[in-house]
Design a protein around this ligand. Structure first.
Ligand SMILES: Cc1ncc(COP(=O)(O)O)c(C=O)c1O
Length: 487
């Protein structure tokens, strides 16, 4: 079938051609970016508006004209004192915020399930890292960070200079930022919230309260993840004097490219204008679609959809229900099989799969037709697949497995600068790791650089592998060998 678009897609060996062929298919995106490849927002031919810092177009690293005004408009819309455009994603916002909040060698209290950018900031700024463990939900994903744990940690580690949390998580779990901000501020230090997955919150009361309204000092949001904006676009909001604005600017000028794309910045300007004019209305329609979906989902017999109500309130303070988590339940499928089935049989591209669930990321740019196709596919899979004797969630992790943060042998940055040797995991007991080992979900590192490998940890890793859970982070793709600090 040489004329078939799917044939063209398979045969394309150049990225631009393959992307075009893909755009012509009926694959539906339940993944980022939040614009969902719709033509609701358009920009001119990218080549026609791609410029550099020519006269009249300002300079992102020294704004005094059109970009300064754009950032002021963004701050007004999101309710921040100051807002910075990021064209290197939330990644560069996290690096800059942590770097600005602490002196070199300072102490950072951070949630253990933080994005790697927070770990990288600790590496680059030689920080002492102290970890907050999220609770673990019955669904097997990381829950909220309990405010009491923040209080306890700040009393135990009075050297802490800044607290960094992720809310919502990739799975949509939100922590009680208001209560945490009060605790952190009582210690006179700033709270940085990675709200990369929550830029849409402020446009609807049906979603969790945005961190900026809860007293966070710095909030970082990816526009591209949940709003109609091009990939890499994000915002960094500063909302208090607990963080030095000049230092924020200094680090942004280090971590952002010196050639910011005007195409990306135009996309941000357009997205922000769209959200100001149409955001609340679009979010209201989107909420309706989501509510209908969740209502129908109650009829599923084998698949299970995550909801806030299925968790203990202490495990999930709030949940962003635009992130739809579908557990394989007792279909007898694995998360990967469910993901593959949705993709191959129904042309529905999910955001990700894990051992026992798949994630569909939705946004206000989703169309009714997309939700209908999704529902029809789930209903059919739910009917077709056999019941397995045991609910696969029975085999989930025990808290014991992930709540054993190894003892630090040295800081992340010190470990990264050492000579290393490659050992089998079995032989690594007693050695200091130079690598991360993540268990996904819940996305918490079992070990980070500088931490000491233990027999129990090695046993946990092999147990996870036997259960088919996803171990990530090691250089060795077979997950058999680890780089450790040479003794
Ligand atoms: C929780 C979290 N924070 C930050 C980031 C980085 O965001 P960006 O891709 O905009 O750099 C991600 C990326 O997936 C993320 O999941």
């Amino acid at each position: 079938m040489p004329n078939n678009i799917f044939y063209t897609l398979q045969k394309s060996s150049f990225l631009d051609q393959k992307l075009q062929a893909y755009a012509d298919t009926d694959y539906y995106p339940f993944h980022m970016p939040g614009h969902k490849r719709t033509d609701k927002l358009t920009l001119p031919n990218p080549y026609s508006i791609d410029i550099t810092e020519i006269d009249g177009f300002d300079n992102l690293h020294h704004t005094e004209g059109i970009l300064k005004d754009a950032q002021i408009r963004a701050a007004e819309l999101f309710g921040a004192k100051s807002t910075f455009y990021l064209i290197n994603g939330s990644t560069c916002g996290i690096l800059s915020a942590i770097s600005a909040a602490l002196p070199k060698g300072g102490a950072l209290l951070m949630s253990r399930n933080s994005h790697k950018a927070a770990y990288h900031a600790a590496y680059l700024r030689e920080l002492e890292t102290i970890y907050l463990l999220p609770s673990l939900t019955d669904f097997g994903i990381s829950g909220s960070i309990p405010p009491a744990h923040v209080k306890q940690a700040l009393e135990e580690f009075p050297q802490t200079g800044c607290v960094f949390l992720t809310s919502p998580t990739y799975d949509g779990i939100v922590s009680d930022i208001q209560a945490i901000a009060d605790i952190v501020h009582a210690h006179g230090i700033p709270l940085i919230v990675d709200e990369a997955h929550g830029a849409h919150f402020m446009f609807s009361k049906n979603f969790p309260t945005p961190a900026l309204r809860c007293g966070a000092d710095v909030v970082i949001q990816s526009l591209h993840k949940t709003l109609p904006c091009l990939t890499q676009t994000a915002l960094l909001h500063v909302n208090s004097k607990r963080i030095d604005m000049n230092l924020v600017k200094r680090f942004l000028s280090i971590y952002q490219t010196s050639s910011p794309s005007y195409l990306l910045m135009a996309s941000m300007e357009k997205c922000i204008r769209f959200m100001r004019e149409e955001g609340p209305g679009q979010m209201a329609e989107f909420t309706q679609m989501l509510r209908q979906f969740y209502k129908k989902a109650q009829n599923l017999r084998r698949l299970k959809i995550f909801t806030k109500d299925s968790c203990a309130p202490s495990d999930c303070f709030d949940h962003d229900f635009s992130k739809i988590l579908i557990s394989v339940g007792n279909t007898g499928l694995t998360g990967k099989e469910l993901y593959d089935s949705l993709l191959q049989a129904y042309h529905l591209q999910m955001e990700m799969s894990s051992g026992h669930y798949v994630t569909a990321l939705t946004s206000m740019m989703d169309r009714d037709m997309g939700f209908q196709r999704f529902w029809a596919a789930l209903e059919s899979i739910d009917h077709k697949n056999r019941s397995s004797d045991s609910d696969s969630s029975d085999q989930l992790l025990t808290t014991e497995m992930i709540y054993q943060i190894p003892k630090p042998g040295m800081s992340i940055s010190m470990a990264m600068e050492q000579h290393t040797e490659l050992l089998s995991l079995k032989a690594s007991t007693g050695h200091i790791s130079q690598e991360y080992i993540y268990l996904y979900p819940p996305g918490i590192p079992l070990v980070a650089p500088g931490e000491i490998m233990t027999g129990k940890l090695v046993h946990t890793i092999s147990l996870c592998q036997k259960q088919g859970l996803s171990i990530e982070g090691l250089n060795d793709i077979e997950n058999q060998k680890i780089k450790v600090v040479k003794m």
